[in-house]
Design a protein around this ligand. Structure first.
Ligand code: ADP
Ligand code: ZN
Length: 724
């Protein structure tokens, strides 16, 4: 037998398969979709078996050295899916398969890295007469009679000596068993009866439960989308089918997961990047072994090996991180649609603020539009007040307008909770010299450093570089450095001065870097330990705190000046999402948005919760400027450690694109908005097109041409979410 093997070398030159002879000793074990070790040149490499055949055209074949997996890690659906992703993203096939699997699987054979074993105790035989045992021994035996088996450490906490006596006497036995971390009992909860609007949406989706149908569920914040998802999952489950639910990384809180576990119990697996590699591997094994029927996870959970699939749900479909920013640059939404097609099941994209691309598709009937225009139980959307910071600044130096301060005070008196958004972390934006104007920049990036007072450092938010805070200007030597702008750290400081008696907690990248800290902040805020939660865009999505009745946006303009054509859309989405955190319980909620641009349309429409109004106005702009969704947009970037080489090569690529693309508009070549990051220089071209037959062939040629050039790297990103 001959195996067709794709070797694991992340170098495009060998992104192809080779034939290997299967030695007869391995023949029964070698299957399509497992990994094997093969000789390659003078070393041995891992590879995926993509096909098996009787013979090869090649004469002298080398033999497979050994197998790595006993069970298939990539089933037929995923093998085919990887090929499609490769074709559509022009990424190496091997990277398309690697992204589907947990990293812990990369452990070498025999090591079982990531698998955790625990000592488990059980009774060797039925014990009828308990009279001859002492009290702790009885307790252990009774517990085992009830639970059949227990963790050794659990029984040892009753009495170590009794446990070892019973083991010695042969009444109990000890075994090492594979053990899943993250096992947790959640109390089951009764579900709510759906509202009429919710029921209508569920019914419509279920009419197509055995056919591939993409839906866009446009439901305002608090309209009960999650309840709708669970109802659909339950119906699908009754038919013996499984579901994937994608949620933005940051919304994957225990709160969110609990809602699913309380409804469905232990058949739910969770996959996101805050889990340890071992935990992820455990969850993945549960899925691969068919022990769970529902997977809730972030982007890469779209590859969960569940089968057969009955529904795929993508919550907050507008989330930028559903598009992966490194190779393979895939969109989880595209992959969801591919899997929906293969599995003949509905795919539901849900959001209060769908991307313009998705809503335009719904308008054209590519997606079926479903709507939840009201909050559940007639709860109104919160009233939004806009505060003009230009006016505020005339009267005070504070980051808080009197309007916002008064409203916070009122809510605190009522024992309600407040959420405050400032989408900028650190203490101040940057450090500047009042004498010579010098601004402290990152030595590796074309970016100013941000002052972090808590750690007394200046840090680069792009490459992670950090240095000690300075007071003396490195350029002119005067002691005249002062900090400009403000971030969450500074606002927290002022907030504590204004409300010294109030529990205040800050949630941003810096306070959530330790494992479990993100969850802890949310738990503490939910339990009422804090009355004010201050944070970056991390707090805007998904969270459901019924006691929050006021949301304040400290500065709505932070995202408006970013050089990206989507900055208005991103601002509208952020404002609408964070507003949606207010008034989700029984009390009426309100929102205060502070801005220097009260007349900006993104802010005006956010005030009215008017998604359609925003959509129409923004679509007009996109049409005039020939941007997505009127045109497809593909980004081509060149990066190099040597500036002049990157510049020369992007110009070469530009000329070749110009010659070969007849129906496209080319923007560039330009230095990228983030021109130097980590001592690497970036240049880019944006290709805009409606239909361009030559696009893939020419981009493939470009990629092939540079594949063995070590001085530069080419990045091709189809329909990226960010052009920076
Ligand atoms: P969304 O995902 O659209 O923001 P959620 O599903 O989180 O909305 O629902 C908002 C709140 O309303 C949650 O606290 C949820 O438990 C509650 N809820 C949802 N549906 C119902 C219902 N039919 N009856 C009562 N409460 C509901
Ligand atoms: Zn840097």
């Amino acid at each position: 037998m001959v195996a067709n093997v794709l070797v694991e070398l992340a170098n495009k030159k060998v992104d192809r398969t080779f034939d290997y002879l299967v030695p007869s000793s391995l023949t029964p074990m070698v299957k399509v979709g497992i990994r094997v070790m093969v000789p390659f040149g003078n070393r041995s490499l891992e590879g995926f078996v993509l096909a098996l055949k009787e013979e090869s055209e090649i004469k002298e074949l080398k033999e497979i050295i050994e197998i790595i997996d006993n069970e298939v890690v990539l089933n037929e659906e995923l093998l085919a899916l990887g090929k499609r992703i490769q074709e559509e993203t022009l990424s190496p096939l091997i990277s398309c398969y690697q992204v589907m699997l947990p990293k812990a699987l990369k452990a070498k054979k025999g090591h079982h890295l990531g698998i955790k074993y625990e000592s488990v105790i059980s009774l060797t035989h039925e014990v009828v007469d308990l009279s001859c045992y002492n009290a702790p021994q009885k307790e252990i035996i009774l517990k085992l009679q009830q639970e059949k088996e227990c963790l050794k450490k659990e029984l040892a906490s009753i009495s170590t000596s009794s446990l070892s006596t019973l083991l010695k006497k042969g009444i109990l036995k000890e075994e090492k068993k594979e053990y899943y971390r993250l096992q947790k009992e959640v109390e089951k909860k009764e579900k709510y009866p759906l509202t009429l609007e919710q029921q209508k949406v569920v019914d419509e989706v279920l009419t197509s439960k055995n056919t591939y149908t993409p839906y866009l569920l446009h439901g305002v914040t608090g309209s009960g989308k999650t309840e709708v998802y669970m109802e659909i999952i339950e119906a699908v489950l009754k038919e013996g089918k499984k579901s994937i639910v994608l949620v933005p990384e940051i919304s994957l809180t225990p709160q969110m997961v609990n809602r699913f576990q309380a409804r469905f119990g232990s058949i739910v697996a969770i996959l996101h990047s805050r889990l340890s590699e071992g935990e992820k591997y455990d969850e993945w094994r549960k899925i691969a072994r068919g022990e769970v029927s529902i997977v809730i996870g972030a982007r890469s959970a779209i590859f969960a090996p569940l089968s057969p699939l009955g529904a795929i749900i993508i919550d907050e479909e507008h989330t930028q991180s559903y598009h992966q920013e490194n190779s393979p640059r895939y969109s989880a939404i595209d992959v969801a649609l591919m899997r929906g097609e293969t599995n003949n099941c509905p795919v539901i994209l849900g959001s209060a603020t769908p991307t313009l691309e998705s809503y335009a598709r719904a308008e054209r009937g590519v997606y079926h539009l479903l709507e939840l225009p009201h909050r559940v139980l007639n709860r109104p959307l919160p009233k939004v007040t806009i505060v003009d910071l230009k006016e505020t600044r005339k009267r005070t130096n504070s980051y808080f307008s009197t309007t916002l301060l008064d409203k916070i005070r009122l809510r605190l008196e009522k024992k309600e909770q407040v959420m405050l958004l400032l989408n900028r972390r650190g203490y101040s934006s940057y450090l500047s010299c009042s004498n010579c104007g010098h601004v402290v920049k990152c030595p590796h990036c074309d970016i100013s450093l941000t002052y972090h007072k808590n750690s007394n450092t200046l840090r680069c938010h792009y490459c992670g570089y950090g240095e000690k805070y300075i007071t003396i200007c490195p350029s002119c030597g005067e002691e005249s450095m002062y900090s400009v702008g403000f971030g969450t750290e500074k606002v927290e400081e002022e907030l504590k001065k204004c409300f010294p008696q109030t529990g205040i907690v800050r949630m941003d990248y810096d306070t959530t870097s330790r494992k479990g800290s993100h969850e802890k902040i949310i738990e503490d805020f939910a339990s009422g330990k804090y009355q004010i939660l201050l944070g970056t865009q991390m707090i805007a999505k998904g969270l459901d705190f019924p006691n929050v009745t006021l949301v304040g946006v400290i500065n709505a303009d932070t995202g408006l000046n970013i050089p990206d054509f989507r900055s208005s859309e991103n601002t509208f989405q952020l404002l609408d999402q964070v507003s949606g955190r207010s008034g989700r319980g029984t009390s009426l909620g309100e929102v205060v948005i502070q801005t220097y641009n009260p007349d900006h349309y993104a802010i005006r429409y956010a005030k009215e919760h008017d998604y359609l109004g925003f959509y129409k106005e923004e679509m007009n702009i996109r049409k005039q400027l020939k941007y997505s969704p009127y045109y497809y947009m593909t980004l081509v970037k060149v990066s190099s450690a040597i500036d002049s080489i990157a510049k020369k090569e992007i110009e070469k690529i530009y000329r070749s694109l110009e010659r070969n693309l007849s129906s496209s508009i080319l923007l560039g070549p330009n230095p990228s908005p983030l021109y130097r990051i980590n001592n690497t220089y970036y240049y880019q071209i944006i290709i805009k097109y409606k239909k361009e037959e030559n696009l893939y062939p020419i981009l493939e040629k470009v990629l092939n041409y540079y594949e063995s050039n070590n001085q530069i790297k080419i990045i091709v990103d189809f329909n990226p979410r960010s052009f920076i």
